[in-house]
Design a protein around this ligand. Sequence first.
Ligand SMILES: NC(=O)c1ccc[n+]([C@@H]2O[C@H](COP(=O)([O-])OP(=O)(O)OC[C@H]3O[C@@H](n4cnc5c(N)ncnc54)[C@H](O)[C@@H]3O)[C@@H](O)[C@H]2O)c1
Length: 302
Amino acid sequence: MKSTHVTNNPQGGTTAGGNGDGEAPGWRESVVDLSAKVAVVTGGARGIGWSTCIALAREGIRAVGVVDMAEDLPASVEQLNAKLGRSVLIPYRGDVTNGDFRRQVFADLEKRFGCVSICVPAAGITRDALAVRVNKDTGEPEVYSETDFRRVIEIDLTAPIYWSLQTIASVTRSRLQRGVKRWTPEEPIEGCIILIGSVSSTGNRGQISYATAKAGLEGAQATLAAEAIYHGVRCAIIHPGYTDTAMVRALGEDYINSRILPQTQLNRLIRPEEIAHAIVFMIRNAAVSGQLWVDAGWHPAA
Ligand SMILES: NC(=O)c1ccc[n+]([C@@H]2O[C@H](COP(=O)([O-])OP(=O)(O)OC[C@H]3O[C@@H](n4cnc5c(N)ncnc54)[C@H](O)[C@@H]3O)[C@@H](O)[C@H]2O)c1
């Protein structure tokens, strides 16, 4: 089901409720103010994560913890901060599936900047193969590697959920310290989680592990959306179509030209900046909830 839900709760901007003199708030006042917010973006060294870090920095966010296992992360972040003219991005090198590493990242960000309230857990991998294939040499059916299945689920499903839960916990702790409990619509929105799904969440040949993980994120999104608003945290999911990143380039030029592009309306790969733009929109517009499909008109042939 393709849908973009817009909640009927008009609150959530920084000055939600207007200026008090009866005038409706302007467009700037209606979007969530990021200037005091701290975000964590995983998979931030490349592709969609990297573009999201840049977009958040340009939107004036206070700080972004950029999480990735890529070796060049600290150097690329340093260069980018220099370009941006401020030390807004903080690199953290490590594996997103490691719980101790995750807790250290949050502890450090909280110590330096305060509560972490925005999370875009974008780290992801694919391990594509048919669910069951016949081995040409032995003539026997072979089932998909259980090791690969578990690894994809760890990175693409369990980890994004736990980085999200840690974000909600960070906001909850901060609210408890401020002596507030249940969030009310008169308050500004506290935070936001944008999970990264995929067009593959509806099922895709050769992607038993990846499609399962991405579909699983929809259940997590719906559950967290219902629970976390108690603390003033929204949760939504974006489903990108085929985007021009290393993950997709690994499929090879021929596959992209023959199997992907003809099935899109744009007839080109989506730019990571276009996905980042949509993510920022979802973060800044408090009325956006549920699922947003940014898929370039992807309509896979049966
Ligand atoms: N590219 C697409 O077409 C597309 C489409 C739909 C969804 N997505 C999703 O968007 C997200 C980003 O994908 P991308 O295309 O930018 O991929 P990418 O390969 O360009 O970047 C992924 C990043 O995640 C990091 N990473 C992977 N495993 C990690 C781990 N265990 N710990 C820490 N870092 C880890 C990698 O080092 C890399 O920098 C993924 O969740 C992916 O599933 C991508």
